[in-house]
Design a protein around this ligand. Structure first.
Ligand SMILES: [Fe+2]
Length: 195
């Protein structure tokens, strides 16, 4: 009986320490720099004609001065996980805002910004849905659906930015705050699609 009680106490104690550790980790992450960063958002656009046979949209983003088109022919991950241990990798732009529209297929984005009130989101873009604006200073990566996806980015790049400066890859294992965030928190999930 005494032995059972002791084991049971140790078991409870272990769980309390474990819960306390998780809460502290979460607290540290959430208190990093809350509300100091611009939030991601979704942008609508004008649909001149949207019928079964013809879809005609004005998808212009004001001040966009750089465009890239990324085609995933299958369930691609961008940037890919690191080859050695499979850690998640991210892009982060300091001199560029992304404005992403899925032209076909679906793609899920993972966004981390330690300046947001909640720092970790998962956002799904579906074909001809809304445009996802990713503000400067946000870690991001994306995973396409099984059948792939085509995404157009109408970026706004500052004069100081370049392809070299804006497309460096960050391995989450080399950034403790980023790694803690994606390890200890669940992403909040949003779906941006328009019928
Ligand atoms: Fe990007």
């Amino acid at each position: 009986m005494v032995l059972t009680d002791t084991l049971s106490s140790k078991f409870i104690c272990f769980h309390l320490i474990n819960i306390s550790y998780k809460l502290n980790s979460t607290l540290k992450i959430e208190l990093a720099k809350p509300n100091k960063s611009e939030m991601f958002e979704l942008k609508s656009y004008e649909k001149f004609r949207d019928t079964e046979d013809v879809r005609f949209f004005d998808i212009s983003i004001n001040n966009s001065n750089f465009r890239d088109l990324v085609i995933h022919s299958g369930p691609a991950v961008s940037p890919p996980n690191d080859k050695e241990l499979g850690n998640w990798q991210f892009y982060i732009h300091h001199k560029q805002e992304d404005n992403l529209l899925a032209i076909s297929g679906g793609r899920t984005f993972y966004l981390v910004n330690l300046g947001w009130e909640y720092p970790f989101y998962k956002v799904r873009l579906e074909s001809c849905g809304l445009i996802l604006k990713i503000p400067r200073g946000t870690f991001h990566r994306s995973v396409s659906d099984e059948n792939g996806s085509v995404v157009l980015n109408q970026a706004i790049r500052d004069k100081e930015g370049s392809v070299e400066s804006e497309f460096k890859v960050t391995n989450s294992k080399d950034n403790k705050k980023l790694h803690d965030c994606i390890t200890n928190l669940q992403p909040k999930f949003k779906i941006y699609s328009v019928k």
